[in-house]
Each structure stands twice: as C-alpha cells, then as structure tokens.
Design a protein around this ligand. Sequence first.
Ligand SMILES: [Zn+2]
Length: 420
Amino acid sequence: MEIAARFGTDGASPRAVHDVVKDLPIYADRPFCLTDGTDGFLDALPFMTKADLRRYFPHGFLRPGTSFASLIASKKVEVVRTSGTSSDRLQVLWDADWWERQEAAALKSHAYIGPRMTGEYTEAVLTTPLCSESVCKTGPATMEERRVDNLLFLNTQHDPSRWTHSDLARMADEIDRFRPAAIEADPVYLAVLARHLRDSRRPVFKFDWIILTYEFVSAIDKTAIRGLFGCPVFEFYGLTEAGVFFLECPKGRHHFCGSDSVVEVFRVTEGDDGWRGLPVNTGEAVVTTWGNSAAPLLRYRTGDLVTVGVDRCACGAPGPTVLSFEGRIRDVIKLPDGKVFTPRLIDDTLFGIPGLAQYVCVQEGPDSMRVDYVSDGPRDPGGEIVSQLHSILGTARVAARSAPFITPEQSGKYRTAVPL
Ligand SMILES: [Zn+2]
C-alpha cells in the first residue's frame, strides 16, 4: 500500500518507541529496525487491528512480573471502555492523566484556542453519557454530580431523540449558570440543542469556541451550530484507544496535534477491494503511539478514511494537513460497478438542501438506496434529496422517506451511510 502522508515523524525517535514497547508480550514477535530512521522503523512493522487489541487485552500489555490486579491497584493505569457498537467495543489501558495531558497539549498548540486556555478555563461536554472520557454519568444526576474538575457533563440519557423540551431547557439553563469558555460536543447532539434554542427563541450563550468530536461531523450539523452560536467551531479527531491527532485550524484544515505519536495515511488505490473513484490522496489513517506507555500501539489501523492536502495551509502552519474526514471504511457504499461513495461524499452532496436536518443513507440492494431524513421546518426536502443523490449515483435507484427522528447506534453514535 502506498503512503499519502506521514504526520508527527519530526517528534519521533525509533529508540524512544522501542523502549516503550520492547517488553510487552503483544509485540514480542515484531521486527524492530533501529538503524533506518523513523520511516525505516515504521516500514518494517506489520499492521495491527482492533481485533488484536481485543485478543491481547490485558495480558499482551502486562510487562514481565506485573499482574493485572497489581497494575490496577497501583492507580498508575486505568481501564477505559470505548464507545463503539457491541462488536466494536474495546477495553483499553490508559496511563493516569495521559488523556488529559495530550488533549491539553493539542488544544494549547492551537492558534485560536491556545492563548484562551487560561487557568480559569471551563468547558461543558455534550455527548453520550456513556462515553465521556473520564466519567460515566447516566440517569438523573444533579448538576453538581455531573461536574468534574473544570468540566460539566450536560447529558443524562442516551438518545437525543428522546430529549424532551424540559431536558433541553435544563441543559440551556445549566450552560447559562456554568458559563463555560467552550463546549466540546457530539455534533448531532449539539445540533439538536441548537435547533431547540432557535425554535424557542431563547437567548444563546456565547461560547468562546466550540469543539466537535466523538464522531463523523456532518456539514449540515456544523453549519447549523456555527450559524446559531456565532463563534469559531473546530473539529477534533481522536480515538479513545489511541489519543488525539488532528485539530481544525481557523482556515478549516486539520493539523496534526498528537503527542508522542505518528499518523500514516495509506492510499486506497484503484483495485484495492475492487474500489473505484476515490481521490488519489484519500486513505486509511494508521497510528503509532508511545505516549500512553500502558498500551502503546504500533501501526494500528483506525478504520477511518481521510483525504490529505499536501500544499501549505493558508494559516501558515507547515506540513501536510487533513482536508476532510471521509468517515469509516465500513460505512463506504459500493455500487456493482466498483464505484465507491464515502460518508463525506454523500454528506457533501446532501449539504445545503433547504429543510434537511438529519439523514441516514441505507443501501438496500446492490444498486438501490433509501434515505431516511428528518426535516427542519415545513419544507419537505425529500424530492431534492433524491435528485441530488441521483447526480452522483447515476442509475442506482434512490428513495427518500421522511422520519420523525433517526435512532443512534447502541453506542449513542450515528451512522450517516449504511452499506449493504
Ligand atoms: Zn491551517
């Protein structure tokens, strides 16, 4: 497989990575090349997947003479569960404070956010109550019970389509009382809150900035959020099992922001899996991490597609960038002729249709698609959804069906594209 870009190699040293991984059983059979620089070190390594993490947890991460019980009792390491669907879900090990440390380093490196992260910095968090990184709060809990350090976790139940007007009003009240500098949110969840604030004509709290993370960011949600809150909105890309890697700059590109990690992007070339039609610089992000010494990863396949920009960003920061996050490989829709459509391509096609709030595009047969959509306002976007999708899908059959809401996955995340 060809490499479209490597991010983070300036801060990498093969010796430093080797020191962290060398006595972990999971990597006992890895070929380590310490003589050809970071590129040579990476090139020698095979890929690993989520299935490997599942298979080797926790014994593959226990150094000689260490038991799992003693590791946990030491409080130097914690067990964290990722928020995937049940077949996707993982348990991973985090060094104490590692997540906060690398996340804070990423935010501090940002041209807009960094100078505004003062000692008094506070943040509201709006995502599934299951997957907030350092705390799990489900069911009724008071505002005080949902405050952890400088954070306020707003959500208390899984499915935003079940939020009542009083749930939404409570969240808005709590934001007004807490007065956070910023909010970090799942884009679908925050878009629901934004539309509620708009429709109830309630004064909108002024955040200094908004971070969208946790899942694929639809341009429909991002635009609704930016329009209502009127502050800078940045996407933040990371994985619970691996760390944070990209943060959007004020010019709309995504710069590498990882600590002690490298991201490689492997092109999906014509013919891989019989795929056709992806841009040349679109590929899978593969991460190598050594900052989290409890569970470092070597060439871990994220399953996420990104499109790389090789020219310099207008913000002036050097190096390649990510132009767009294309969605998960498992969500790519493929037609019988081999032509493929990433969730981003479908999202770009449906973006801008008046009256469209949310959708999921389901491939029902090899060349037939059904779009379930939620309207925003009185206008029915169904006809335009069909005609826009026809413009990229050619002769495939497309049907659109209005829905009162779209149900998230068990994990609380949404899929916008579901292939056959
Ligand atoms: Zn930039």
